[in-house]
Design a protein around this ligand. Structure first.
Ligand code: AR6
Length: 206
């Protein structure tokens, strides 16, 4: 997002503030974790370097779920930018647990960070892979000067990761980066993921 550099309160978010503040938790003296329901494709923070994270697959050329929604909203430039990401082996641009960054084109944020979570039933170490997906996304965001970042529930759709276990990995990974961002948001599409994330945040961020 371009414009001035004054960080605004979450009321400046384009997404609906369904939760009215109940989903806000302190990470450090100067940073917050925010859990809300909504559509991540309309999330942004005015006047700051911001990014949304995409739950992609290893090919990185789009798909269903949040990946499909992000590509539709970003426009065809996004798949072209993804195609330009070098393959590490045939058909694989982003191995499971890694992350890649592209511009966001018609989305209201500065960047899209694409990560690939584990397919829960076939990954040999799904906990390790999911933690790596969150950590590598946060590391890449930090390297690119991103101050505000929003995640969906990676692997909790088509890849069938259990919500409660996923929420513990997601929030504990974010805690490791407590000093590195102004705000980390989870923008969750379903009641089930939203409730799991809220319960876990109350447990891990009292
Ligand atoms: N905003 C926020 N969250 C969303 C949105 C949205 N607009 N749409 C769906 N979700 P999934 P995965 C939630 O299946 O399990 C794709 O085909 C959804 O309710 O999108 O990591 C990729 O190309 C769920 O809680 O991602 C891969 O092939 C969460 O996003 C594969 O699916 C993740 O569900 C990745 O599977």
């Amino acid at each position: 997002s371009g414009g001035d550099s004054v960080a605004r309160a979450p009321s400046s978010l384009a997404s609906e503030n369904v939760d009215c503040g109940a989903g806000r938790f302190r990470l450090s003296l100067s940073s917050f974790l925010d859990i809300r329901k909504g559509d991540i494709t309309v999330w942004s923070v005015d006047g700051s370097t911001d990014a949304i994270v995409n739950a992609a697959n290893e090919r990185m050329l789009g798909g269903g779920g949040v990946d499909g929604a992000i590509h539709r909203a970003a426009g065809p430039e996004l798949v072209a930018a993804c195609r330009a990401v070098p393959e590490v082996r045939p058909g694989v641009r982003c191995p499971t647990g890694e992350a890649r960054i592209t511009p966001a084109f018609r989305l209201p944020v500065s960047y899209v960070i694409h990560t690939v979570g584990p397919i829960y039933d076939t990954d040999k170490q799904p906990e390790v892979s999911l933690r790596n997906a969150y950590r590598n996304s946060l590391r890449l965001a930090k390297e690119n000067g991103i101050m505000y970042i929003a995640f969906p529930a990676i692997s909790c759709g088509v890849y069938r990761y259990p919500y409660e276990a996923a929420s513990k990995i997601a929030i504990s990974a974010v805690k490791e980066f407590s000093d590195d961002f102004k705000e980390v948001h989870f923008v969750l599409f379903s009641d089930d993921t939203y409730n799991a994330w809220l319960d876990t945040a109350r447990e891990l961020l009292p």
